[in-house]
Design a protein around this ligand. Structure first.
Ligand code: FA5
Length: 340
């Protein structure tokens, strides 16, 4: 059996050498715990003569108290060191400049679409969605296309199979609405359209259109002119004028293309309008009677107008953007320039 002094010395040396609080805990158990070495000495008390027992007990307990005090002292010291090391490790520099949060914003095309929705909504038109993956039937057949029309060619249209295609125009909504609703109708949609185009600054394979139509009693070109005039003034300012020229689309009769007076030069001619004073926006006309009749709408009583235009055109003009490909490239340096 080792002497009290030997065990105490061994314990004191181990405590002094301990390099972590974890190690101290282990020493505490090893020397002072119920099964500990110092505590174990007390078990020998039974073999001592009765007169020595109290003194031996006191000596063991005093040694235990000293070892405990040494452990407590070393623990305080180690905690200080451990904390200092942790603070060093987790040190932060409050003078460092903060990281700037990038706040999300509406895409410029979304902001334009929202403006269009507000304007046409304000004129009493109802916004409806229509599928991008469309049936040949709605994109062409229901819109009075003759069977040999070149727009239906694979060179112009992305076909999925015999019956399905990516819509080439938002006008495809018309048949879907005529099928389910009866006049009076005032409807518009805004969405993606796709064409198998040779891509350049003003032509994308993927772009956006607004398509709007109205069917009611006595609707005429005057209503179309009034609506498009109001639309153009709301989008581009109160001085803008609208010009119509005859054009052909299978689904309108008469058909027109329409332009607005250049908002940059007021019509006198500049670089944006290439000197013409006018900027073409889209196509329009009176809904072809063949279409109304195909959906059982009485053409003696009802007539309608329709118009469609490219959404990209609007911010291109308002912000002087010369290449439509920027809109879908998602370069934040481009997109962050616009108010959201
Ligand atoms: C049409 O798509 C007709 N559906 C518009 C219409 C609706 C006419 C209702 C009559 C009645 P058009 O193919 O011209 O027409 O396209 C209309 C507008 O979409 C164009 O003026 C142009 O602004 C835009 N657009 C057409 N093709 C592209 C393209 N590849 N890239 C970007 N914009 C385009």
């Amino acid at each position: 059996m080792p002497s009290i002094e030997t065990v105490e010395r061994e314990a004191m040396e181990a405590v002094a050498a301990a390099s972590s609080t974890q190690e101290l805990r282990e020493l505490e158990i090893r020397f002072l715990g119920k099964q500990g070495v110092l505590t174990g000495l007390l078990r020998a008390i039974g073999q001592l003569p009765p007169e020595e027992k109290p003194r031996f007990g006191q000596q063991v307990n005093a040694a235990k108290a000293r070892v405990q005090a040494a452990i407590d002292e070393r623990e305080r010291e180690l905690k200080r060191l451990e904390n200092a090391a942790r603070f060093e490790r987790e040190r932060i520099d409050p003078t460092m400049p903060g990281r700037r949060w990038r706040v999300g914003r509406r895409h410029v095309l979304q902001a334009t679409a929202d403006r269009i929705k507000a304007v046409l909504g304000g004129l009493g038109f109802e916004y409806l969605e229509s599928p991008e993956l469309e049936l040949f039937r709605y994109n062409f057949e229901a819109l009075n296309y003759p069977p040999d029309h070149p727009a239906m060619d694979e060179q112009d249209t992305f076909y999925i199979d015999d019956q399905h295609l990516l819509r080439t125009q938002c006008t495809a909504i018309q048949g879907r609405v005529f099928e389910r609703r009866k006049p009076p109708l005032r409807v518009f949609t805004i969405g993606r359209t796709y064409r198998n185009e040779n891509v350049d600054r003003t032509h994308g394979h993927t772009f956006h259109q607004v398509d709007c139509f109205m069917v009611d009693e006595g609707v005429s070109m005057a209503h179309l002119k009034g609506t498009l005039g109001q639309f153009a003034r709301s989008m581009f300012g109160s001085d803008v004028r609208v010009r119509f020229r005859p054009d052909f689309f299978p689904f309108v009769e008469p058909g027109v293309d329409y332009a607005i007076s250049c908002p940059f030069c007021g019509g006198s001619g500049c670089a944006v309008c290439k000197g013409s004073g006018w900027i073409e926006l889209g196509g329009a006309g009176l809904v072809h009677p063949n279409i109304l009749e195909a959906y059982g709408i009485d053409t003696d009583r009802y007539s309608g107008f329709a118009f469609g235009l490219g959404v990209e055109r609007i911010p291109m003009m308002s912000h002087g953007i010369d290449d439509l490909r920027h809109f879908l490239e998602n370069d934040l340096r481009f997109l962050e320039q616009f108010p959201s």
